[in-house]
Design a protein around this ligand. Structure first.
Ligand code: SF4
Length: 227
């Protein structure tokens, strides 16, 4: 068992830690920013960085300060670092972007609240984009969701890293309710069938799209059967 609070990540120097602040879909409030600034000043945190997952990392915290940093962050602290839903990132989507076709921010906020830190065999990162320009990195996240004028496209099995992979297209032209249902079914299938620490990209390479089709997708009423 680790000798530091869950959620703290040991840094390369082997002495200090980083702690992540929650910012669902990359959204922050003035109150959260003020809180983070106060913590960074009080505990002499040498670096505050926005991560690729649209979260805010306080980096270089001394071990003896960890408990106090977690206390002061309260429910804004990310508490899990093991295999679980890591984050839901999103572009601004139709609420702000002139290219937006769908409400990526709204869907991301719902998904973050629904799946926050839920455990799975491997890390799950979710990327949601309001149009096909894919600023939410939907092609290379475990679950990718991309808006178009006809609805949402869902991808599964995407990854960056040392063996990058584009996610497989699972379904197109879905309503928001259908996306929620499909993501829940995909995650449950992955939970039941993946090996420990097997990321969705390697999982899809192992089980193949054919098997996912016959086990799951052909039984979902709103996904048309291949002609
Ligand atoms: S993906 Fe589309 S909607 Fe989202 S920020 Fe990029 S251009 Fe705008």
């Amino acid at each position: 068992m680790a000798d530091h609070p869950e959620g703290a990540i040991l840094q390369r120097d082997g002495e200090t830690y980083s702690v992540m602040a929650r910012s669902p879909a990359g959204l922050v409030t003035p109150e959260l920013l003020v809180k983070i600034a106060a913590i960074a000043r009080k505990f002499h945190v040498p670096m505050v960085k926005i991560t690729s997952g649209q979260r805010i990392a306080l980096i270089g915290i001394k071990k003896e300060d960890l408990a106090s940093v977690f206390d002061e962050l309260g429910t804004d602290a990310v508490r899990k670092t093991g295999p679980c839903i890591r984050f839901v990132q999103s572009c601004p989507g139709i609420r702000n972007c002139r290219n937006g076709m769908q409400d990526s921010l709204g869907l991301a906020i719902e998904m973050e609240a629904r799946y926050r830190e839920r455990p799975f065999p491997g890390k799950i990162k979710i990327g949601i984009s309001g149009c096909q320009r894919c600023c939410g990195e939907s092609h290379t996240r475990d679950i990718g969701i991309m808006g178009s004028k006809n609805g949402w496209t869902v991808f599964f099995g995407g990854n960056n890293g040392t063996r990058p992979r584009f996610g497989d297209v699972i379904a197109k032209n879905l309503s928001t309710d259908e996306v929620q249902d499909l993501v829940s079914r995909l995650l449950e299938y992955y939970r039941l069938n993946a090996q420990p620490k097997e990321r969705s990209a390697r999982f899809m390479e192992r089980i193949t799209m054919e098997r996912l089709n016959s086990d799951l997708l052909t039984k979902i009423p709103y996904i048309p059967l291949e002609p």
